[in-house]
Design a protein around this ligand. Structure first.
Ligand code: ATP
Ligand code: MG
Length: 269
């Protein structure tokens, strides 16, 4: 599937980013990353803390300029943030001074969509994430999991073709996280194969990556060190994660994350 000749939705060629610290030090956060993500692909990015995942995502989002290499989205070089890309950060991505529905409608408002239409679209996505009944609530009245639902509804309502999600569910409890996986995958699958958004999802959670991804990209010390195709059909329930090829992927990921003692001996790398 990834071998098709269509141009990549996200393309990086030798991309890198160096930071200069306040004390004069130099940090190579991302180096020599070449990656092509096809339209509609769901890619998870995993790797140890500090390996450059957020830096990579922020470069694609146009929030950080690369210091080396080439970077394009939808065939055009990335020159800054744009409405073609929706971003959800680990910390709250919700404006506290706007009601839930106005948060979800905000991107449409920025694009000049009229009030009635943008509220109708926002209401539809709030319904889809199970929050239709609290559309008029203020963020302070919502739980952490509900706020994440608002953030997910917002990126989908905005109509962005590329979704960049940086550990969006990292701080949530297991049940809420599993529910949000279903919500996210249902919205992603909406409209069928051709309509799928392209997703890059950063996570530390190996099971989360195996549940969600078409492909798992592993980073270490700023580089991409593994690229795993996950071919198991969806939905992937608990049994799906016990299939031999999924277990093999898990052992490989645990090794990459430095958890050799939890991984089966002899699994590469
Ligand atoms: N603005 C900055 N100035 C200096 N160094 C930075 C800056 N942002 C990130 N770094 C450094 O770049 C490296 C990669 O950081 P990054 O935030 O991309 O890691 P990460 O993989 O997202 O980590 P985590 O899993 O902990 O979120 C780290 O060494 C970090 O200290
Ligand atoms: Mg990070």
């Amino acid at each position: 599937m990834n071998m098709v000749a269509t141009p990549a939705m996200i393309a990086l060629e030798g991309a890198g980013r160096v930071f200069h610290r306040a004390d004069g030090g130099r940090v190579v956060a991302v180096q020599e990353v070449s990656l092509a993500v096809a339209e509609g692909e769901f890619v998870c990015v995993v790797g140890p803390s500090g390996c450059g995942k957020s830096t990579l995502l922020q470069m694609i989002a146009g929030l950080l300029a690369p210091t080396a290499g080439l970077l394009s989205v939808g065939g055009a070089p990335v020159a800054g943030p744009g409405p073609d890309r929706g971003v959800v950060f680990q910390k709250d991505s919700v404006f506290p001074w706007m009601r839930a529905i106005d948060n979800v409608a905000y991107g449409l408002r920025c694009r000049g969509v009229g009030r009635a239409e943008r509220r109708a679209v926002a209401a539809r996505y709030l319904d889809a994430v199970g929050l239709g009944h609290v559309a008029e609530a203020w963020p302070r009245e919502l739980s952490g999991g509900m706020l994440k639902r608002v953030a997910v509804a917002t990126v989908f309502a905005n109509g962005a073709r590329v979704l960049l999600l940086d550990e969006p569910f990292g701080a949530l409890d297991y049940v809420t996280k599993r529910q949000l996986h279903e919500v996210l995958l249902a919205l992603w699958a909406e409209g069928g194969t051709g309509a799928r958004r392209t997703v890059m999802f950063v996570t530390h959670d190996v099971d989360e990556a195996l549940t969600l991804a078409d492909r798992i990209v592993v980073m270490n010390a700023g580089r991409v060190v593994e690229d795993i195709a996950v071919r198991a059909p969806r939905p992937r329930d608990t049994d799906a994660l016990l299939r031999p090829e999924m277990v093999a992927h898990k052992h490989l990921l645990l090794r990459h994350l430095g958890l050799e003692r939890l991984a089966r001996p002899g699994t590469a790398p």
